[in-house]
Design a protein around this ligand. Structure first.
Ligand code: NAD
Length: 510
């Protein structure tokens, strides 16, 4: 265990940790997993993973807790979520540092992610008093009709490595106020984040005698992920991860007629019109393409520039890229931390080779960054800008690394065609001063993404809006707006308060 990180102790992380929480930490019988610091290659701590037996214990604990929780009044559930949010506030500093240590995100991004978890807790508290149904007018005399929303049961939450706390919070804070229990399977690349967060919120649930309500199960595909996905006791699986895995998950959950929320890969573009504020374009593209080392689902991967301003934009962007400091994500001034694992570095280099073979020209970066001292074994790369002649295979794919493809267009029709040509449909943006072009981009005939912005980049969504995307991004929605409805079941009630039994549609029977 790395000796000088006092915040690990504050979060209850030890040299060796149980990977299964079922109202209490279990003794695990699955294989051991090492959590590694991607900036140094050093082991941070060990995790004993769950086997099928511990999975079952976690599932039982969540199910038992749910039987009580579903009857707790929703505003009271909100009060308990409020206290969970308070605990995250108290531990924000330590939690943010752990995100940086385990995933390589910059400290600012780590703290920002915890803040996002706190924000969604606040949002969910308010939502707990607004789980509104409708009332309708019955066609029958002396009848009333309404619909109400009931909890679903245990929600399975499978998360990706790159938002190791916020995505759990998006799902669980809403699911809890909706009256559901949660069973979380986090990424094998960020298990300590999940253990720490569970330790942080645990006292609140223990005080209510409901410790199993947020169960955690860390383990492999066969021991944990697959059993969870195939478990007919889980009516809803919320899956965040790559499109390839999500496609398999979707088919399996649908096969047992379960529901799923799918938050999958993105291939997000910024469209730059000739009247755009180029300073804003450069700043937001830099954050969008290089932030989190290109490992956000909303990372800017394609820059579609009007040919009239393309050279100017490229020149400024190249200058900005030259100032990007690649290095220790814990250090102030670093703008690009490491990739999550050596395979991600290899995938980036491989994609760039294919881009070149497909006619792409690498304008900067695209190599391993060899750092010194403790960082020598880190997964560092230099962010790349690649100019492409036309949309080709590599541009259609999501490579989870800082590669920005630049393509040019002559008019808005061409920009929209290029924009919508990729299989994914998560986030998109246009930079223009023209209301007409901005509105066209966000119209039904414009961007086909779940998120379309004007004069704001593709990454960095607020929690108040519904988050998610179309096509290969999976169609799910989480976080704000009316996303809460996915975590509940709708029931229509008709009450006859008269003495006759009229049938609907005026049917006479007997
Ligand atoms: P991944 O698909 O490798 O893993 C995601 C999760 O699925 C992990 O918990 C993993 O252990 C689990 N998993 C792996 N194989 C599985 C299987 N066969 N069955 C069930 N579960 C399985 O993704 P990743 O590398 O952790 O994350 C990066 C990907 O996630 C990118 O594609 C990114 O765009 C996407 N992502 C999407 C969003 C979104 O909101 N749209 C947010 C974050 C990340």
């Amino acid at each position: 265990m790395t000796p000088d990180y006092g915040f690990l102790k504050e979060l209850g992380i030890q040299g060796s940790n149980s990977g299964a929480f079922a109202g209490r930490w279990l003794t695990c019988t699955g294989p051991t997993l090492d959590s590694t610091n991607p900036a140094t290659g050093e082991r941070i701590a060990r995790v004993e993973q769950a086997s099928k037996a511990e999975y079952e214990a976690c599932m039982q604990a969540a199910s038992q807790a749910w039987l009580r929780w579903r009857l707790v009044p929703a505003p009271r559930r909100g009060e308990i979520v409020r206290r969970m949010g308070e605990r995250m506030r108290e531990k924000k500093d330590a939690l943010g540092k752990l995100i940086t240590l385990e995933t390589g995100k910059l400290l600012q991004e780590g703290w920002g992610e915890v803040q996002e978890a706190i924000d969604i807790a606040d949002f969910a508290v308010g939502q707990s008093r607004m789980l509104y149904g409708l009332s309708m007018h019955s066609e029958r005399a002396l009848h009333s009709m309404r619909e109400q929303w009931h909890p679903l049961g245990v929600v399975g939450i499978v998360t990706a490595f790159n938002f190791p706390m916020a995505v759990w919070a998006w799902n669980s804070m809403l699911a809890l106020v909706c009256g559901d229990a949660c069973l979380w399977k986090p990424s094998e690349s960020a298990p300590l984040c999940a253990i720490a967060l569970t330790n942080v919120i645990r006292p609140v649930l223990e005080a209510e005698g409901l410790a199993g309500l947020c169960s955690l199960c860390i383990g492999g595909v066969d021991d944990v992920a697959r059993p969870l996905i195939m478990d007919s006791r889980i009516p809803l699986v919320s899956f965040t991860g790559s499109t390839a895995v999500g496609r398999d998950v979707a088919a399996r959950v649908a096969g047992r007629l379960g529901r799923s929320i799918l938050e999958l890969g993105g291939n997000n573009a910024v469209v730059v019109m000739p009247d755009a504020d180029l300073e804003m374009v450069v700043r937001s593209t830099l954050f969008g393409a290089v932030g989190t080392a290109g490992q956000r689902c909303t990372t800017t991967r394609r820059l579609l520039v009007h040919e009239r301003v393309a050279e100017q934009v490229l020149e400024r962007l190249l200058r900005a890229y030259q100032r990007v400091k690649v290095g220790d994500p814990m250090e102030e001034g670093t703008l690009c931390g490491p990739l999550i694992k050596p395979q991600a570095v290899a995938a980036m280099l491989d994609t760039l080779e294919r881009a070149k073979a497909q006619g792409g020209k690498v304008l900067c970066g695209g190599t391993k960054a060899q750092l010194k001292g403790r960082l020598e074994r880190g997964n560092f790369v230099v962010p790349a800008i690649v100019r492409m002649g036309a949309q080709t295979e590599c541009v259609r794919e999501e490579t989870f690394a800082p590669i920005l493809y630049v393509l040019t267009f002559q008019n808005m029709d061409e920009a929209l065609r290029l924009h919508n040509e990729v299989p994914q449909g998560l986030s998109s943006a246009i930079f223009t001063l023209s209301v007409r072009d901005a509105e066209r981009f966000m119209s039904a005939a414009g961007s086909d993404c779940g998120i379309a912005n004007a004069n704001i980049g593709t990454s960095g969504a607020e929690i108040g809006g519904a988050f998610g995307g179309e096509k290969d991004t999976g169609g799910g929605r989480e976080s704000g707006s009316d996303s809460w409805k996915a975590y509940m079941r709708r029931q229509t009630n008709t009450v006859n308060w008269g003495t006759e039994l009229p049938l609907a549609q005026g049917i006479q029977f007997g």
